[in-house]
Design a protein. Sequence first.
Length: 259
Amino acid sequence: MFVLGLILAVIVGITLGLVGSGGSILTVPIFVYVFGVDPVLATAYSLFSIGVTSLVGGVKGFIYEDVDMDKLIKFGIPSMISVFVMRKYIVPLIPDEFYIRGYVISQEVVLMVAFAILMLFAAYAMFKDVNLPRPKYPFFAVVSKGVIVGSVTGIVGAGGGFLIIPALTSFFHLSMRKAVATSLVLIAINSMLGLLGDWRRIGMFQWNLLLTYTGLTVLGIFIGFYLSNKLDGKKLKKLFALVIMSVAIFVILTELGII
């Protein structure tokens, strides 16, 4: 299982390099089901690993001038504020147990089911490939989407690329190349600020595992960059959407005790 997890780490990095999203969507389930990490701690692991990997990819984007600075500033600042507030003030308020119609449900189960539902929305977003009209108030539209992405990142430890990419390509009409580069920078910022707001858990990290996993995702992102010049991005997004959907269904069935 440990070797499988390391192989999956490379695959996670490849997806980030290819489509600029999906890293954290897969990383949290990998840490929980393959490495046996507590789900709440796994979200912090995800923020660290995907943050570092996306930062490496973002630096490449800056070097090749693929990062859209306008969207980065308008999208990034409200997103940064949201993710920090969520991790520092909202996540600690989530109860350890939920009582629903006489049933006691642990925080871990609620978190993983919520994450799986988010994965299904991510798969749907990746399947959509339409050009929407430009918003009448672009500044408000960009800022509001930044707040939404930051909130998602803070609560479930997802970088938000699956929300950022559709917004940048369909709503704001950026090319896929620019959208991926801008998305990676935003994911890196959100992830690192989310981790900063969650600093209490850093002392619980298994650093050997986390650094090994992160190193392999960094390797994977360079493989993804190489493959992105040779493969059809649209087909890859739809294939990856199917993978995410399958993992989401597995998570839900597992947490509900069906398998």
